[in-house]
Design a protein around this ligand. Structure first.
Ligand code: FAD
Length: 351
């Protein structure tokens, strides 16, 4: 038997200004917005006579979004809170967090509690619920390395399910939540809670140049999780623009992954190209280096600009509109394609 829920319990906000809700600071309006404070709220929306059949858009912290227009779909703004230790197993601490929890707050909480494993992912903006969507990653760790399962609610039936990590088809900045075909869950499900395993025993992940530098600088060769957390926070603060100061969505393009043969061809065009061999034999190219090599640092289109300190990041110099960001991104794609024969793929979701 299904629980009784009443759709009259939800509050529909009209004509909501989304500028404060996206880290790029782009102008757009949500015609209808509902705050999801518990998983049952999704059922309430699905059962609602006006909202039930309408298209939905799930909004987390808006840190991976480029808004080019007002949103016609009903915006479900994820605000489910709560962090708890669910279980202590022999091999791991299992931690559960609500989709609306700020990602960095979760990482900080786990480090403070002594549940190590998420520290390399400190200071990534956004919410816990969005983290599995693009399989966030930084400093040698991807979310998939620590994900146990996700609780989702179906946007048609309102039923909830617990999906293990093994069915989420994780890839580089990719998961089942980014695809519509072949059983993809984009626009079909909303993530309401996420469970993580913080491994026992914990082994630090240090094979990353910036972290090695910190080890050399400090002389600490066996850092604690707290130490790595502090280092990652310091490195990120020095490298990336703070969205509270200058609007941006982090890395604007994915680093392209190519075959060895393709890489040889590109090295023929420019022997200095920055590239990293991957364990599966493919090669990851540094998109930021290619953009910089094409002379884009500091270039602008209207209020949109390529960040002066890091060519992979596009920023809002003030009054940028989404269309200007998209025009700038397309121009960068064209010039990188012209010089290296590589089509850069944007990382943020463009609406
Ligand atoms: C300065 C900066 C640095 C960044 N650094 C990194 C980095 O190092 N590594 C990295 O991987 N990313 C990075 N990002 C990108 C971004 O932080 C992540 O993609 C983050 O997970 C987005 O979270 P969000 O809550 O803001 O999602 P949003 O931008 O709100 O949404 C992104 C997508 O996820 C969907 N979504 C959101 N919540 C849910 C949910 N609960 N259920 C289903 N779908 C949902 C949305 O519909 C949308 O399609 C960075 C961004 C910025 C601004």
């Amino acid at each position: 038997m299904q629980d009784q829920v009443s759709s009259s319990q939800i509050n529909i906000e009209a004509e909501v200004n989304l500028r404060p809700y996206n880290t790029f600071g782009l102008p757009a309006t949500a015609h209808r917005l509902v705050r999801i404070r518990e998983p049952l709220d999704v059922r309430r929306v699905v059962d609602h006579p006006d909202l039930g059949r309408a298209p939905k858009f799930v909004l987390g912290g808006g840190s991976n979004l480029v808004l080019t227009k007002d949103i016609e779909a009903v915006v479900l703004k994820m605000e489910i809170g709560g962090i708890r230790l669910l279980e202590e197993r022999e091999d791991a601490f299992i931690v559960e967090a609500g989709a609306g929890v700020v990602w960095h707050d979760l990482v900080q909480w786990t480090v403070e509690q002594g549940y190590a494993g998420l520290e390399n992912l400190a200071l990534i903006p956004g919410t816990v619920g969005a983290a599995p969507v693009q399989n966030i990653g930084a400093y040698g760790i991807e979310l998939k390395d620590r994900l146990e399962s996700v609780e989702v609610v179906d946007l048609v039936t309102g039923r909830s399910a617990l999906l293990p990590a093994s069915v989420l088809r994780f890839g580089y900045r990719d998961s089942v939540f980014k695809h519509r075909d072949f059983g993809g869950l984009a626009d079909k499900s909303v993530i309401t809670r996420v469970r993580f395993h913080c491994p026992k025993p914990w082994v630090p992940v240090l094979g990353y140049l910036d972290l090695e530098r910190k080890m050399n600088e400090t002389g600490i060769s066996t850092p604690s999780a707290r130490q790595i957390f502090d280092w990652v926070v310091a490195i990120r603060r020095a490298k990336l623009p703070d969205p509270a100061v200058i609007g941006n969505a982090g890395s604007f393009f994915k680093n392209p992954v190519v075959t060895e043969e393709q890489c040889r061809d590109i090295i023929g065009r420019d022997p200095h190209i920055v590239h990293y061999p991957m364990p599966d034999g493919t090669i990851k190219l540094a998109a930021g280096w290619m953009i910089d090599a094409c002379g884009w640092k500091g270039k602008t289109v209207g209020g949109a600009a390529v960040y002066e300190k890091q060519a992979l990041v596009l920023v809002n110099k003030g009054e940028a509109r989404g269309a200007e960001v998209v025009t700038l991104a397309r121009a960068i794609q064209e010039s990188v394609y012209g010089r290296f024969g590589i089509r850069l793929e944007p990382e943020p979701v463009v609406l």
